[in-house]
Ligand binder design. Structure first.
Ligand SMILES: Cc1cc2nc3c(=O)[nH]c(=O)nc-3n(C[C@H](O)[C@H](O)[C@H](O)COP(=O)(O)OP(=O)(O)OC[C@H]3O[C@@H](n4cnc5c(N)ncnc54)[C@H](O)[C@@H]3O)c2cc1C
Length: 542
């Protein structure tokens, strides 16, 4: 498709440029303020020339600057060229701008404004236009997001002998790392940053994978198969993975802006929490899910006094059910964590720092710092802007094989809302191993093996070294919970049944049960009337 180009100045360069661009099929308006020059050029270019001073807004607007793909300022006056470019860039948000710099001493002024300067002639400017309007380079696969999903996809592409370069672009400063230690060993200080990395930075280059850290993909054009990076580079791609993960869900309550209130998603957040916890005595955790539980356990282990405030009647009960909830409540209380259940956050109070948490029931809890465990939201900014279909949970809508609505574009991880055959509905799952498995599945699809994603979701949570809970399941509310072993002994499993089938299992210190549960869930085995066997029998026999 041709470009719409505005050229300010119909001198020799502007005129030649217009001729060349018109010839290659672009639409052009040349603006010329000298009446005689205008009349001469108009004889050849006719309505592609407009009379007027391009430093005036109304002249630019009449020329249609609002829809210009490219503005080229080639008047004989550097100051005018600078002004026109600045207006095009800052007022009309035109992304591609070229200016002729008549006096080389002015080059720095152009560069400071981020304007591409050309010292002279038409063919040089034409080359610049080519560079600006074509992808700077092409890769076989572009992976957006350097979390576990993106990294697993890159690894699997390499292992599968993917033909064509792979670029893994991630916004964070670190190479892809594991997030789970951020609330566990890394927060406790028993695991260092290097130990959290999936691979060190050199590993990627050694395996022929290009890793760009601190690099966001700002724009994705799925029709042109091009992405614009925060470095301004335009990358053409063959296939792409969107694995942009999730961001914390921020609560807007009074006092939310006070210092000392933390959210936890990245290693940097864990650094800030650990540093501040050194000075804090009383920590309040908001939420009853795994982040709040794990941080409470870790900080208690570091000698802090922790209080958890949650809407649930018991921690972790929303995901793992009432039996597991009671077990984790006893565990936390037994180690000195105070639990405020069935109560929500109303507001924070304090001068500049948080000093108190006020709950919905009016309770005031003193706090030197607060950690919010209030969930995450899928990061679909890029996908939405690219016009990709979104799903009901706010994730990026995908088919059973993780393909998005754009050909050649796949999704994986926390923001992937896929049509799950296993669940019988669209689901979005925020578990580490699921994100990894989806990254691998997307890579397989890119390599030509498209299959429905049928992995049974697995999740684990460590509460310091007090207990580890492991879960497999479909996230369906259980009609019945069957306990194997004894929570009192710290070794038990809870099997969740619904519709006569196993839909989930939580296990503490009974890994074998979990493996069987995974198999029974995957197979959809009919288990109605077999409750006794499930409670006391050999699961292998089922
Ligand atoms: C503190 C913590 C503890 C956890 N513990 C457990 C646990 O014990 N067990 C478990 O199963 N799960 C756990 N999880 C969840 C698990 O870590 C996530 O499910 C997993 O990290 C999701 O991986 P992802 O690759 O989909 O997304 P992310 O890890 O969020 O990675 C996405 C990356 O994409 C980047 N990005 C976004 N937009 C762009 C863009 N436009 N351009 C470039 N980059 C972009 C983001 O900055 C981010 O680095 C934990 C999560 C947290 C935060």
């Amino acid at each position: 498709m041709g470009l719409y180009v505005i050229i300010a100045g119909a001198g020799k360069v502007g005129w030649n440029l217009a001729r060349e661009l018109l010839e290659r099929g672009d639409e052009v308006t040349v603006i010329e303020q000298d009446r005689r020059r205008y009349l001469t050029v108009e004889q050849e270019l006719e309505h592609a020339v407009q009379y007027g001073d391009a430093t005036e807004l109304w002249v630019l607007e009449r020329a249609g600057i609002q829809r210009a793909d490219l503005v080229v300022a080639v008047t004989g006056d550097d100051e005018d060229n600078l002004l026109i470019c600045q207006v095009a860039k800052e007022k009309y948000l035109c992304e591609r701008i070229i200016a002729r710099c008549n006096n080389p001493r002015n080059l720095d002024h152009f560069k400071l404004l981020g304007i591409q300067p050309a010292v002279s002639a038409t063919d040089l400017i034409l080359r610049l236009i080519e560079r600006l309007t074509m992808a700077d380079r092409r890769v076989g696969a572009l992976i957006v997001g350097g979390g576990i999903a993106g990294a697993a996809c890159a690894e699997a592409l390499h292992a599968g002998g993917f033909d064509g370069g792979v670029l893994l672009a991630g916004r964070e400063p670190d190479p892809p790392y594991e997030r789970p230690p951020a609330s566990k060993g890394y927060l406790a200080g028993t695991m260092d940053r290097a130990a959290c990395l999936l691979h060190d930075e050199a590993w990627y280059a050694r395996h022929g994978l290009e890793l760009a850290t601190r690099t966001s993909v700002m724009r994705l054009d799925t029709a042109a198969q091009e992405a614009t990076l925060s470095t301004k580079e335009v990358i053409g791609y063959g296939v792409a993975l969107i694995a942009t993960g999730a961001n914390v869900r921020r609560l807007r309550v009074d006092g939310a802006q006070l210092e000392g209130i933390h959210y936890l998603r990245a290693l940097g957040n864990a650094d800030a929490i650990r540093a501040e916890a050194q000075e804090a005595e009383r920590v309040v955790l908001i939420g009853g899910s795994y982040i709040a539980c794990e941080v409470a356990a870790t900080l208690t282990g570091l000698g802090r006094r922790c209080t958890m405030v949650m809407l649930e009647e018991a921690p972790l009960s929303t995901q793992f059910g009432a039996v597991a909830g009671a077990f984790f409540a006893d565990l936390l209380r037994g180690h000195g964590v105070e639990l405020v259940t069935g109560d929500g956050l109303e507001r924070f109070e304090g001068e500049t720092r948080v000093e108190r948490v006020i709950t919905g029931s009016g309770r005031a809890i003193d706090a030197d710092m607060v950690v919010m465990g209030t969930g995450a939201m899928p990061d679909v900014m890029l996908a939405r802007a690219a016009g990709l279909a979104l799903g009901e949970t706010g994730g990026l809508a995908c088919g059973a094989d993780l393909a998005t609505s754009a050909p050649g574009v796949w999704a994986a991880g926390d923001m992937c809302e896929y049509d799950s055959e296993l669940h019988g509905r669209r689901v979005r799952i925020e578990h580490f191993e699921v994100a990894r498995a989806q990254g691998r599945a997307a890579a397989a699809a890119m390599l030509g093996e498209r299959h429905p994603f049928r992995e049974v979701p697995y999740f684990w949570t460590d509460l310091a070294d007090w207990a580890t809970g492991e879960w497999v399941g479909l996230g369906v509310a259980p009609e019945r919970e069957i306990v194997r072993g004894s929570p009192g002994d710290g070794a038990f499993s809870v099997l969740h049944l619904a519709g006569g089938r196993l839909v989930g299992a939580l296990s503490v210190e009974r890994g074998d049960d979990l493996a069987h549960a995974r198999r029974l869930i995957a197979a959809g085995t009919e288990l109605a009337g077999r409750e006794d066997e499930l409670a006391r029998g050999d699961l292998e026999a089922l």
